[in-house]
Design a protein around this ligand. Sequence first.
Ligand code: 13P
Length: 268
Amino acid sequence: MNRLPIVAGNWKMHKSIAEARALVEGLKPRIAGLAGVEVVVCPPYTAIAAVREAAAGSGIALGAQDVFWKEKGAYTSQVAPGMLVDAGCRYVIIGHSENRGRFGVPEPEMTEALCRWFGETDESVNAKTKAALAAGLVPIVCVGETLEDRRAGRTDAVIAAQVERGLAGLSAGQVAGLVVAYEPVWAIGTGETCDTPEADRVCGVIRGVLAAGFGDGAAGSARIQYGGSVKPGNARELFSQPHIDGGLVGGASLESDSFAQIVRAAVP
Ligand code: 13P
């Protein structure tokens, strides 16, 4: 199955409007005319409009970092799927570990009570994914185990449960168009990458769960990214694995040169 690699920059809570514009302007010439890879940037909500303008005509697609599952209503602070479409987004990240209250770099002030405020669960991931699909967005559904999960030998079970619950009730056709991002929590922002064979193995586990739930066709079409300390120096090796179809990049997507190098590494 020939899957088009997809490299997405998750800017997280970084970049002012002017900085966002400058980053896209720096990125454009560095990836101009590049074929064989889909490029997505996911700025904070406040910079989406500016990035849309700066990226116009460049082939760089726009994504958001989260979405709510309702179309409209009294949900202060939330953003509806249709609003993201209206703002020019094609993609949306759903279920990032940081929204599940799990941080790669230990943050002492993030007590359990504060983490609960983020509130993301497999159930909310499922509701958001369905709503995003209904609005015509492409969800990038994030899954990943913590260091504690890994040490306890439950990586595969945790990942399988996140995929099954997060995608419950979807059709095979919907799953075929999905992007799933495997992001081991302990590798996010830590500089520690999951070693390549293991990253590919877990992405293969995800593909197996998709096949069992939705059939081989859907599993063969869905794209699975690796995320967690992807850098120019490790991207090519990671992206050349059979089950890894590109990456979800945090820190290294905040600078045009490093992100462009990572994008180029996804082109076979
Ligand atoms: P880093 O690339 O900074 O480790 O972040 C990965 C990530 O969380 C992308 O969503």
